[in-house]
Design a protein around this ligand. Structure first.
Ligand code: FES
Length: 163
């Protein structure tokens, strides 16, 4: 091979190298955009799944047959504003296996109800509303039973699904 032919072969080789490099860099940039797009689309959905289940605490705290108050503090995000929101529910179990999770908000005008042990019922101080321990209306103006939440137990901890 003459010196001129060797130089041509070397030039072609450099040209191929540049093509390969440019295509490789282009591929990396495209992959970067694709990853960002997938994260943008799936990220909120995955984050929402985590936020939807609220951990209340250990089921060992729940007294059999007695509604037990649980509180959790939730971080809420509206645009750029982050705020703490208190989430309070009553939890009832009769068998230690199945749980009823009820809102502590009266269905009449939204006052907070409280459990009255002596009467075995919930009482709403605003207009004398009354609910059974399973949340059914038993007196006063409330138009509907207490709101119930879907729940699950994992590793001895009770989780409630945000309504
Ligand atoms: S708000 Fe509870 S009875 Fe009216």
């Amino acid at each position: 091979m003459s010196e001129e032919e060797e130089q041509d072969a070397s030039t072609v080789s450099r040209r191929d190298f540049m093509k390969t490099t440019i295509v490789g860099i282009g591929g990396l940039i495209a992959a970067s955009y694709a990853t960002s797009a997938v994260a943008y689309v799936l990220g909120p959905a995955l984050q929402q799944e985590a936020i939807d289940w609220i951990q209340l605490g250990s089921v060992s705290k729940i007294e059999m047959g007695v509604p037990t108050l649980f509180k959790a503090t939730l971080k809420t995000q509206t645009g750029w504003i982050t705020a703490d929101e208190e989430f309070t529910v009553f939890v009832l179990t009769e068998d230690g296996q199945n749980y009823v999770v009820m809102s502590n908000v009266c269905t009449h005008l939204g006052c907070r109800i409280r459990w009255i042990t002596e009467k075995e019922s919930f009482f709403c101080p605003c207009h004398n509303g009354a609910f059974s321990k399973t949340g059914a209306v038993i007196g006063g103006p409330p138009p509907q039973p207490l709101v119930r939440y879907e729940n699950k137990v994992e590793n001895g901890n009770l989780f409630v699904k945000r309504g």
